[in-house]
Design a protein around this ligand. Structure first.
Ligand code: GAP
Length: 430
């Protein structure tokens, strides 16, 4: 779309539902607030983004390894990390309608639900961690938390990784997976959900290197966002002012994206000093030290943490890709997704679905292309309708098998963005 400002949240939500990207969680039962289900195309889009992140930051680097820790962790984890005491949002309740809201997200002079004026009392701190019971006896000893971030599963495995792989500082551990937060007011589609996925890295460093490596991470994040298809013009680095920094952070940048609902956080980059490993060392009584191979004294590494939210990345990618133009006097909606992110790379169809020779040839091309690509078969409706459908889901190329194909072995390849059509030899395509 020429004018990015025109992408509305409704445009994105309705496209996601219409084309099978994202549905409301438990929709058939009326939904469950703050939960979302990925449909056939959404799950592939999400996986493509998560795979790109894993490949970029783990597989393609020799200073990074991955872990996949349990979602349920010993509750001491969350005491030591500070989540039990401080992972809270301010909650206010309307004395008239009993609606509950996050104090910092509303104008408290008037209830946003019932309109009553001055109906809110003092805010109380509401802890966002979900609790559950591990084992058959429900008592205080069996209470566990469902992880609100993936980061702690990395920190608690720091010693295991060091003792088994002997990496040299600086090195990083990455983890991608589900996180759960009992958000007071889930909102703005998947942006603030109660169940979501994170992709986090803890990059262990020598304190003296932090400024240089922090800058390196800024460059790495920028390059990754560009490859994922996030429009750089809509990304803003917000340097968190010193007096707003968490007590353990010396520098934090919130990366904000211009979402349809406003500029809001996409991901964070934080220098967390030795806060987390120091806490684990104190709480567990186990040393969280790294012993340099050159014999210099052991130390507790400091940490730089790039923390991505998958849902917010999916939304930023969809908003960046969402485009509209006019074709033959009609409005066209298309997703300008990068080829490596698009859920479908090629759509193959026979010009006419009742001509056996065309269908057979098209099936041949489809089967060949599928060996190395994600390919969709589509023979519903006329060619124009197929193109519109594929444009809306961001398929870069539509391949049509027609009568010329039977004569000269060429197919029509139509480009999503330009709508240009070229004749290409089947061998060249494959
Ligand atoms: N370990 C640090 C940490 O968890 P955070 O800023 O609380 O930091 C990191 O979360 C990222 O996780 C955010 O930048 C965002 O992308 C994502 N995120 C956090 N809460 C979310 C929610 N309720 N719904 C969707 N994504 C969320």
């Amino acid at each position: 779309m020429a004018d990015k400002d025109k992408v509305s949240l409704e445009d994105i939500v309705s496209l996601c539902k219409r084309r099978g990207f994202i549905f409301q969680g438990s929709e058939v039962y009326g939904g469950l607030a703050g939960t979302w289900d990925y449909g056939p195309l959404g799950v592939t889009l999400k996986k493509n983004l998560m795979n790109l992140w894993w490949k970029t930051f783990v597989e393609d680097r020799d200073d990074m390894v991955g872990v996949d820790a349990a979602i349920l962790m010993n509750p001491k984890t969350w005491q030591a990390s500070g989540h039990v005491d401080t992972f809270t949002d301010p909650l206010v309740e309307c004395s008239n309608c009993k609606g509950r809201f996050r104090e910092d997200k509303i104008d408290t002079s008037k209830c946003p639900a019932c309109g009553e004026k001055d109906s809110f009392g003092e805010a109380r701190q509401f802890n966002l961690m979900f609790e559950t019971i591990a084992g058959p006896v429900a008592d205080d000893d069996s209470k566990v938390y469902i992880r609100p971030e993936t980061a702690q599963g990395i920190f608690t495995n720091f010693k295991n990784v060091v003792d088994t792989l002997y990496p040299e500082v600086p090195f990083g551990i990455a983890q991608a997976g589900k996180a759960f937060r009992n958000e007071i007011s889930p909102r703005d589609f998947v942006f603030r959900s109660r169940e979501f996925e994170q992709m986090e890295i803890e990059y262990f460093i020598n304190e003296s290197d932090w400024e240089r490596l922090f800058e390196q991470w800024r460059a790495d994040i920028k390059a990754f966002l560009a490859e994922a298809g996030v429009n750089a013009e809509q990304v803003h680095e917000l340097e968190v002012p010193a007096d707003d920094l968490a007590h353990y952070s010396k520098r934090t940048i919130d990366y904000e994206f211009e979402y349809p609902h406003g500029k809001d956080e996409l991901l964070g980059l934080a220098y967390r000093t030795d806060f987390d490993l120091g806490n684990i060392q104190r709480a567990s009584g186990k040393k969280m030290e790294y012993r340099p191979k050159d014999g210099s004294p052991a130390f507790v590494p400091h940490v730089i943490e790039p923390s991505f939210g998958v849902e917010r990345l999916v939304m930023a990618v969809l908003c960046s890709a969402y485009s509209e133009d006019e074709q033959n006097g009609e409005k066209r909606v298309y997703l300008k997704l990068p080829e490596n992110i698009a859920p479908v790379k090629y759509c193959v169809s026979p010009l006419l679905k009742n001509k056996t020779e065309l269908v057979e040839k098209a099936r041949e091309v489809y089967t060949k292309l599928r060996e190395n690509n994600s390919v969709m078969w589509d023979d519903n409706g006329n060619i124009g309708k197929r193109y519109r459908r594929q444009d809306e889901i961001g398929t870069p190329y539509c391949v049509v098998i027609d009568f010329d194909t039977l004569e000269d072995g060429t197919v029509t390849v139509r480009d999503r963005d330009t709508t240009e059509q070229k004749r290409v030899k089947i061998e060249d395509l494959i």
